[in-house]
Design a protein around this ligand. Structure first.
Ligand code: 13P
Length: 269
């Protein structure tokens, strides 16, 4: 019997699965979800949930000592000051956040966030010790127009230019907009091709690109997760709807680890 932690340590990249609750939940429902998730753990993959801002203290309390991390779904691109309604990265750090999602397509589309604003958010998150999960992804029309590669490269390029070699400290999530909440997942090979483009772009900016985690998001479920996570440049998932059910989310987290072990040719048995 191999020690699971030594197997994890031997992997080139520890899989990461992050739940994005979006604007869902209630204090009661969250408590139940997190209690069930805690009892389904511990997980060999790294696991985190990104909740709406007001729930951060509750989530921190529920997950303390569980090994499951938590974070937020956005932060301001400013340090502090007269920005009504915004929440700073420093505030998130005060609540023990490990991660913050920046540049989710729902922010880019509904709140007009530009590539540069997203890059500024990533920079400020890093300066407060948070790991930004930078989302990139093409719209349906861009996909149909064959623009996927140029769109994601443009989105990532702003981040690379703003962060320089510190870009190695971020997590990138490729989320094709047409796959979000639609049940239409990208084919694993399709997603892999985009991930390979992103990793090559990161490699041009950092010698540590091979250590970086690149996540796929868009209708990930426990049943399609393993095929997706088996792809060589897909290191886990950013999970929306399926993160709201403890059994579905924990099965997705286990699938990430199973895929990592399978592709590295290792077994825990
Ligand atoms: P779904 O998993 O619900 O498609 O959402 C994906 C997403 O947007 C995660 O950030």
């Amino acid at each position: 019997m191999v020690n699971p932690s030594s197997v994890v340590a031997a992997l080139p990249r520890r899989p990461l699965v992050v739940g994005n609750w979006k604007m869902n939940g209630s204090r009661v429902a969250n408590g139940e979800l997190l209690a069930a998730l805690r009892s389904a753990g511990p997980f060999d993959a790294e696991v985190a949930v990104c909740c709406p801002f007001p729930y951060l203290p509750d989530v921190a309390l529920s997950l303390q000592g569980s090994g499951i991390g938590w974070g937020a779904q956005d932060c301001s691109s400013h340090e502090s000051g007269a920005y009504t309604g915004e929440v700073s990265a420093g505030m998130l750090a005060e609540f023990g956040c490990r991660y913050v999602i920046v540049g989710h397509s729902e922010r880019r589309v509904h709140h007009g966030e530009s590539d540069q604003v997203v890059a500024d958010k990533a920079r400020i998150a890093l300066s407060h010790g948070l790991t930004p999960i930078v989302c990139v992804g093409e719209s349906d029309a861009e996909y149909e127009g064959g623009l996927t590669e140029s769109v994601v490269k443009r989105q990532l390029s702003a981040v690379v230019h703003t962060l320089g070699h510190c870009v190695s400290q971020i997590v990138v999530a490729y989320e094709p907009v047409w796959a979000i909440g639609t049940g239409k997942t990208a084919l694993p090979e399709q997603a892999q091709a985009v991930h390979a483009v992103l990793r090559a772009q990161l490699a041009a900016a950092s010698t540590r690109a091979a250590e970086m985690r690149l996540l796929y998001g868009g209708s990930v479920t426990a049943s399609n997760a393993q095929a997706m996570f088996l792809q060589p440049d897909i290191d886990g998932g950013l999970v929306g709807g399926a993160s709201l059910k403890a059994s579905e989310f924990s099965a997705t987290c286990r699938a990430a680890m199973a895929a990592a072990l399978e592709s590295s040719g290792k077994s825990k048995k």
